[in-house]
Write a new protein. Structure first.
Length: 266
């Protein structure tokens, strides 16, 4: 997995180098390979073992280093599933320095829910007001990309994601926490660029669909190996029929910004 994180780290640095941004955490839950995130039963269902309290499980999955503490979080095919039908799910990051760049904190993540819609998830930052994020995507489809901003970020802070009530269960992926200097790249512009990149992060028909012109498109497998390269046009597609089912990372350049997206080929 080290190769993947190295590749994504290079992409992230190149995207923000000229925008006065500092990435303090990036997590794609690539080690959470057990279970699935597209159904409530069968092979598409998440693992039934709580990552933070594995009990008698013979081969429990360890929590990722970026989110060392939590409760009622489950491995879900390359995503983290929070909560159950009767219990709130929560996970908290390692200690972060959110004071750089004036303490302007930008958190982006991909999310989808169980079957209820609309759904919400709480995002909490130490000593700052909690924020509630709404979304409508459910587990049978693709995730939604969300961005939330905080001001007044401090050193020795943590970020917590939590399902607000037992009625909501959430799948999370591609969490990026960064500080952004005033006057640098607008948050809305960055989020728009990412959302225009890959349109179908859950690939069912052997075609990755793109929402914008993208150069230097590369598809990486979970070993960090490049398995596809291309340049695509808006509304164009990339055939991946020759790739095995599983998780992949797609990177490229859109509007002169380096972006990346994790996809699941079914």
């Amino acid at each position: 997995m080290r190769k993947i994180f190295t590749v994504l780290g290079i992409v992230a640095v190149s995207a923000v180098a000229n925008a006065q941004q500092t990435i303090v955490l990036s997590e794609d839950f690539a080690t959470y390979t057990d279970g699935g995130n597209t159904a409530s039963t069968g092979t598409g269902a998440p693992s039934g073992t709580d990552i933070y309290n594995p009990g008698s499980a013979t081969n429990p999955i360890a929590p990722v280093t970026n989110f060392p503490t939590g409760s009622k979080v489950y491995s879900a095919g390359g995503m983290a599933k929070l909560g159950t039908a009767s219990l709130i799910g929560t996970m908290t990051s390692k200690t972060l320095d959110l004071s750089s760049n004036g303490g302007n904190v930008v958190i982006t993540f991909d999310v989808k829910g169980w079957t209820a819609t609309p759904s919400t998830i709480l995002v909490k930052v130490t000593n700052l007001a909690d924020q509630t994020v709404s979304y409508s995507a459910v587990m049978s489809g693709s995730t939604e990309s969300k961005t939330v901003t905080f001001t007044g970020g401090q050193a020795n802070s943590t970020v917590t994601f939590e399902t607000p009530t037992t009625a909501f269960r959430a799948y999370l992926d591609n969490i990026v926490i960064k500080t952004v200097a005033s006057g640098s790249l607008a948050v809305a512009d960055f989020g728009k660029t990412k959302s225009l990149f890959v349109k179908n992060t859950f690939v069912k028909n052997n075609e990755i669909a793109f929402g914008a012109d993208a150069k230097n498109v590369k598809v990486y497998n979970m070993f960090g190996q490049v398995v596809k390269t291309a340049s695509v046009k808006a509304d164009g597609t990339l055939n991946v029929a020759d790739l095995a089912k599983g998780n992949y990372i797609v990177t490229g350049t859109v509007n002169n910004e380096a972006v990346s997206q994790k996809i699941l080929k079914d």
